[in-house]
Design a protein around this ligand. Structure first.
Ligand code: ADP
Ligand code: MG
Length: 578
């Protein structure tokens, strides 16, 4: 119920569309039922008049019939038009709404959700929410109000007749769908599970066919496929039988309503409280009115899946960001001296702290390297600097301001990043570059790419900078992709450059070439370089050695080479040197 209210609230901006769609659907339905009922009245009246040899006014009913027929046709058309328009508007609105809630959660909180299927689940969940309007809300509103209209109209002639119709409408519209949903829940779940199992077994069989044949297990596999298939057919059988009984039940109720109308109406003819054409009209109205409740079984089913989807989406939306945006007016740092003082941090659910009493100063224009073994907390420093997480202890400042007071967007404006895993989007190389600086000119792009030593390669591609990357485009080597990422970081004219193992996974010569690009990139900026490779370290102003989240040594490359840990980390063989 809580989810329903929240959904209703969420659809607030589309309320005009909802009411519009509802009114059109209601008018269409009423027109259709009117058409049938008035026709019944008209034919009977004509017959009675003919038998008695009297004149009758047939202009009015003929006009009503024609008007109803036109309203019905026009209504069906408008109904489609409005519901499509509303659906598309809601879909785009819902996607934006969800994205706005999702974005602050990345990346820290999203790792708590199973990321593999997160994207596809979100998409189908949002589509399911969207179904709420066409498949649930409108049919339920229309069924309820149309039933009321039919009841009142019939009650105008006879209350008993009206009550019998109402009871049958309620049975067909609520009791039958609820019962069939309850009975169908277990076989429905079984059906979905068996389908998944069958698909998996079939895929396994095709992919592992040669193994199955070699080990003579193909027949066994075929038999288990047969068994699953039989099970699936049995479940489908049960489901269709239920659906058949439910829709048969609605038909039965409709016909019972017709019989009740005649059975209760005939005595009324004798007392003259009802004229024969009116009886024909009420009987046909009773029969036709079940059109209003026919979509309800589907609506009930849909409601269930919509609520499940809503619950899942709301769970994500309600998650608090790991680093909430600060309240109050926007502030901008006056300079870009970066400092971490006494910083401690532990990931949620992690057993030990990733950083302990960690200190780092990056003065404007200086170059600092952070060196340490895998898992020592280097990337964690980066995550805290980007404000993806907030530290548990100590303070991080940019210029004169604690990071906690800076809006994420404002902070990241001053940082350019080349990370351990660079991501290139499935679009052209140009678009990938422009991501960092949408307003960059052609010359800017070229300059950045020359500095990153990737321009010549891009130029050699048939489509140059417009070449697509990703599944449908050119396959880039690790070094090329990394160089594009460096060009992207250069395009963003930020005063601080963060490099997290930028040469990770590259071979020696590629690494050397890339390092030249990085050297260029560092020109005129503060740089924090994370690495465990002996590259460019001689050119750094200071090197910090981190181990198990603690700062263990600091100094210049030459100084640190005299120690123990540092040469070992860089893979310099101490015994060979001795
Ligand atoms: P490095 O970059 O030096 O290899 P990290 O900073 O990535 O090390 O990791 C430091 C420690 O924190 C490791 O023990 C790692 O397992 C843990 N860790 C890193 N990222 C997360 C995370 N998102 N959630 C939980 N633990 C993490
Ligand atoms: Mg790392």
């Amino acid at each position: 119920m809580k989810e329903l209210l929240r959904l209703w609230h969420l659809f607030k901006p589309y309320r005009a569309w909802i009411w519009g769609g509802f009114l059109i659907a209601l008018v269409t339905l009423l027109a259709n039922v009117t058409l049938l009922a008035i026709s019944g009245w008209f034919i009977t009246a004509m017959a009675v008049a003919g038998a008695a040899g009297v004149m009758m006014n047939y202009f009015t009913p003929a006009t009503i019939i024609r008007a109803s027929a036109m309203a019905r046709t026009l209504g069906r058309y408008l109904e489609r038009l409005v519901s499509h328009e509303a659906t598309l508007r809601q879909l785009s609105g819902l996607r934006v709404w969800f994205y706005q809630h999702l974005e602050p959660l990345a990346p820290a909180r999203l790792q708590e959700f199973h990321s593999g299927d997160l994207l596809s689940r979100i998409r189908s969940d949002i589509d399911a929410l969207d179904n709420f309007y066409v498949r649930v809300l409108i049919p339920v509103l229309v069924a309820a109000s149309a039933s009321l209209v039919f009841f009142l109209f019939t009650a105008f002639y006879d209350l008993g007749l009206a009550l019998s119709l109402l009871v049958l409408l309620l049975i067909a519209g609520t009791l039958l769908p609820t019962a069939s949903r309850k009975l169908g829940r277990e076989p429905g779940r079984h059906l979905v599970e068996t389908e998944a199992k069958l698909r998996q077994t079939a895929i396994d069989g095709t992919q592992g066919l040669s193994e199955l044949l070699v080990f003579g297990a193909a027949d066994d596999h075929a038999r288990s496929l047969d068994a699953l298939s039989a099970e699936l057919i049995a479940s489908q059988d049960r489901m269709s039988r239920l659906a058949g009984i439910a829709s048969g039940g609605v038909g039965l109720c409709a016909n019972l309503a017709l019989w009740f109308a005649i059975w209760l109406g005939l005595p009324l003819l004798e007392t003259n409280s009802l004229a024969p054409p009116q009886l024909a009209m009420l009987a046909l109205l009773a029969l036709a009115s079940f059109e209003a409740v026919a979509p309800l079984p589907l609506a009930f089913q849909q409601l269930e899946s919509t609520l499940t989807a809503a619950r899942r989406l709301f769970a994500i939306v309600d998650t608090q960001p790991a680093a909430p945006e600060p309240e109050g007016p926007q502030v901008t740092p006056e300079h870009f001296h970066l400092s971490l003082r006494g910083v401690g941090f532990r990931y949620p659910k992690a057993e030990r702290a990733a950083l302990r009493d960690f200190n780092l100063e990056l003065p404007v224009g200086k170059r600092i390297a952070l060196v340490g073994p895998t898992g020592s907390g280097k990337s964690t420093v980066m995550n805290l600097l980007l404000r993806f997480w907030l530290p548990d202890a100590g303070e991080i400042r940019l210029g004169d301001l604690p990071l906690a007071q800076l809006r994420g967007e404002e902070l990241r404006r001053h940082l350019a990043l080349v990370s351990q895993q660079t991501h290139l989007f499935n679009t052209s190389i140009r678009e990938n570059l422009l991501l960092a600086a949408p307003a960059a000119s052609e010359q800017d792009l070229e300059r950045a790419c020359r500095t990153a030593q990737i321009h010549d390669f891009l130029q050699s591609l048939p489509e140059g900078y417009d070449t697509w990357v990703g599944e449908t485009g050119v396959r880039l080597s690790g070094g090329q992709a990394r160089r594009i990422a460096i060009a992207r970081a250069l395009l963003k004219d930020a005063p601080i450059l963060l490099l997290d193992e930028p040469t990770e996974g590259l071979d020696g010569p590629t690494e050397q070439a890339l390092m030249m690009a990085i050297d260029q990139a560092m020109e005129g900026r503060s740089t924090l370089l994370i690495t465990h490779k002996p590259i460019a370290l001689a050119r750094m102003d200071e090197i910090l050695v981190i181990d198990q989240g603690r700062l263990v040594e600091r100094g210049s490359h030459q100084e640190l080479l005299q120690g123990e840990l540092y040469p070992r980390l860089l893979g310099f063989d101490a015994s060979a040197a001795a």
